[in-house]
Design a protein around this ligand. Structure first.
Ligand SMILES: [Zn+2]
Length: 324
């Protein structure tokens, strides 16, 4: 490629609603940085959930975008939680190449100030599904949620399912500013870093503790590769504010982290808040119901269906809905 030798200073242009893929070749590291602003604000404002639920859903949206954006073809990445905490369910979809939608279910009576993400989720599981369309096989990875947050769950997922050394950072915050009086906005950011050496041997991680080894058995110890140790320690220096700050450019953050090793950035991938629901799709769904179910849906002389993802409301007459 012609531009391979171009070395330039990091751009100060801020990253809004986009992913920035990058590579630190000297350490065999690859990653993606994301910053979300207006798109996240739109996704969360549609629901008007309590603040802590919005923040938790924001974390799930960042994680979904970091993971789903690796889909090479058309397809959908679905993150879904089912847990016993105050927020009992979260669903986030990333539809290639760029569309996000999300919702949460929660019990308002169990929300308390100061609850951590792990406390809001409680115990249960996190499922991550890649759906490449009707003719393609679905792939699903499951990890237990046991009072931990989405970062911890992502690390567990990569250790068990993908066996690629991976670290993830997620941050969500509120911003109050604007001309003519402050306006509330949500901001978020995330960073995913993976160690992908050419030699598999260098990517080895310690085996998971089988739990049933006889007493006194030495655990399987694998020394981590120096390059990966360095990558992880650089990752630990990332502050939440650096991920959230709308004025700190993505390139400057990556330069701050990796300049000593040389970091190469690739083309930005924009993302947007966009639901795939439509009046036609809702009508097709109604047509699959039994006549009795359709008749039961008539209220005040009409059938009203609200999209759980984007809160769009679709109204049908009983005739249109096939409910007479
Ligand atoms: Zn919708």
């Amino acid at each position: 490629m012609a531009d391979e030798s171009i070395v330039r200073a990091p751009s100060a242009a801020p990253l809004h609603d986009a992913l920035l893929p990058f590579e630190v070749a000297s350490l065999d590291l690859r990653g993606r940085l994301i910053k979300l602003g207006p798109a996240l604000d739109e996704l969360l404002a549609k629901h008007a959930y309590p603040t802590q639920v919005s923040k938790l859903l924001g974390e799930a949206i960042v994680l979904t975008t970091l993971l789903g954006s690796s889909l090479k073809f058309a397809g959908r990445f679905i993150l879904q939680t089912q847990t016993d905490g105050p927020v009992s369910m979260i669903v986030v979809n990333f539809t290639a190449p760029d569309s996000l939608r999300a919702y949460a279910r929660f019990d308002a009576s169990r929300l308390k100030p100061g609850q951590t993400s792990g406390e809001l989720l409680g115990k249960g599981h996190l499922a991550m599904t890649i759906d490449q369309g009707a003719d393609m096989s679905r792939y699903q990875g499951l990890v237990a949620l046991d009072g931990g947050d989405f970062e911890a769950a992502a690390h567990e997922y990569f250790l068990r399912s993908e066996q690629i050394p991976t670290r993830v950072r997620l941050a969500v915050g509120e911003e109050l500013r604007g001309q003519g009086g402050p306006r509330h906005r949500w901001r978020a950011g995330g960073l995913l870093l993976q160690f992908l050496p050419k030699s598999q041997e260098r990517a080895r991680q310690a085996d998971l503790d089988p739990g049933d080894a006889p007493k006194g058995t030495a655990p399987h110890v694998v020394g981590e590769d120096d390059a990966w140790v360095e990558g992880q320690s650089l990752m630990q220096t990332v502050e939440d504010v650096e991920l959230i700050d709308p004025d700190l450019s993505g390139e400057r953050l990556l330069f701050r982290l990796f300049h000593e090793r040389g970091v190469r950035v690739f083309a930005e991938q924009p993302v947007q808040a966009k639901c795939s629901c439509s009046r036609e799709a809702v009508a097709a769904m109604l047509a699959r119901f039994t006549p009795k179910d359709r008749a039961d849906m008539v209220e005040n002389g009409k059938v009203v269906v609200t999209c759980e993802f984007c809160s769009s409301v679709y109204e049908f007459t009983p005739e249109e809905a096939g409910a007479v």
